[in-house]
Design a protein around this ligand. Structure first.
Ligand code: CP
Ligand code: NVA
Length: 320
């Protein structure tokens, strides 16, 4: 069975820990694994498709694929027939005869599901409107590096709580056994099915879920405080309204006073200082955002290695 990573819960709690362990190993020894090169390796090229703009995801996948002995093929919006002249399914059936893995940043989660259903190679979600699971692997590695462990920590996310980052904080956080608190205004909270999936996962791991409109409740004694832009890609026409709507959920000095004194701060970047996060906080001593950005490289290398190896093992075990 080919393994894909479309949503945070596609990795079980144990598998998430394995990927984070491998990421730490590859961070210490960057050329230690070469799933796309050498004897026994399959195809060498990895397709990385962007329907939205990107700095971190583009560079970390390109650099990571090269480190793993592969060749990145970056395909920008409008550079291929995908979405214009050719269906997702037909694209998947062509790509999987030529590349080892497909990485895709797009709008609809359903598009990623269609790609994965048709592709016989791993498909990785590089951000959709609903989830950003690669980012959460980087966030978890960063927290683990600074706190030693994940299970039992309280992680609070403030701001646009109906977006991809809020959903992924919930699902990836509880998968790691964390207590995840999400705070945003009414109407901008995670959808009921995402909360239900997070609660089900939390019941397995000892984590918990709290969704609230009260930023003070969410922040009380938090070990990790995270936020994201109030205006995600594709929402630029709502910018002015959103900047008013989320103001009470800014991660600023007053918010950090309510968190635990040793709390660390995360932001997936790009950040808008003076809006979702103050300059003093993002550039201050509690901020881990640059480690977090670097860790995209290490976790994605681990994820690609793990998915390729796992898929090969599953296929040989099934005799396919
Ligand atoms: N955090 C993140 O995914 O950044 P990019 O949009 O620059 O890839
Ligand atoms: N929520 C943001 C994340 C950017 C990495 C967006 O989708 O634009």
């Amino acid at each position: 069975m080919t393994r894909h990573f479309l949503v945070d819960t596609d990795l079980s709690p144990q598998e998430q820990a394995e990927v984070l362990d491998l990421a730490a190993e590859l961070k210490a020894n960057p050329y230690g694994r070469a799933p796309f090169a050498g004897e026994g390796a399959g195809r060498k090229t990895v397709a990385v498709i962007f329907d939205k703009t990107s700095t971190r995801t583009r560079v970390s996948f390109a650099a990571g694929i090269a480190d793993l002995g592969g060749v990145p093929l970056i395909i920008g919006a409008g550079d291929s027939q995908l979405g214009h002249k050719e269906s997702i399914t037909d694209t998947a059936k062509v790509l999987d005869r030529m590349v080892a893995t497909i990485v895709w940043r797009t709008y609809a989660q359903a598009g990623l599901e269609e790609m994965a259903a048709a592709a016989r190679v791993p498909v990785i979600n590089a951000l959709s409107d609903d989830y950003h699971p690669c980012q959460l692997l980087a966030d978890l590695l960063t927290i683990r590096e600074h706190k030693g462990a994940l299970a039992g920590l309280t992680m609070t996310y403030l701001g646009d709580s109906a977006n991809n980052m809020a959903n992924s904080y919930l699902l990836a956080g509880v998968t790691a056994g964390m207590h995840v608190r999400i705070a945003g205004p009414e109407g901008f909270l995670p959808a009921a099915d995402v909360v239900a999936a997070a609660e089900a996962r939390a019941a397995e791991t000892g984590g918990s879920v709290l969704v609230t409109t009260d930023p003070g409740v969410a922040l009380a004694d938090a070990d990790v405080v995270a936020t994201d832009t109030w205006v995600s890609m594709g929402q630029e026409d709502q910018k002015a309204a959103r900047q008013d709507l989320f103001r009470a959920y800014a991660v600023d000095e007053a918010a950090m006073e309510r968190a635990a004194p040793y709390a660390v701060v995360l932001h997936c970047l790009p950040a808008y200082r003076g809006y979702e996060i103050s300059a003093g906080v993002i550039d201050g001593p509690q901020s881990l955002v640059w480690d977090e950005a670097e860790n995209r490289l290490h976790v994605q290398k681990a994820l690609m290695t793990w998915l390729v190896e796992q898929s090969a093992q599953d296929i040989s075990a099934s005799g396919a």
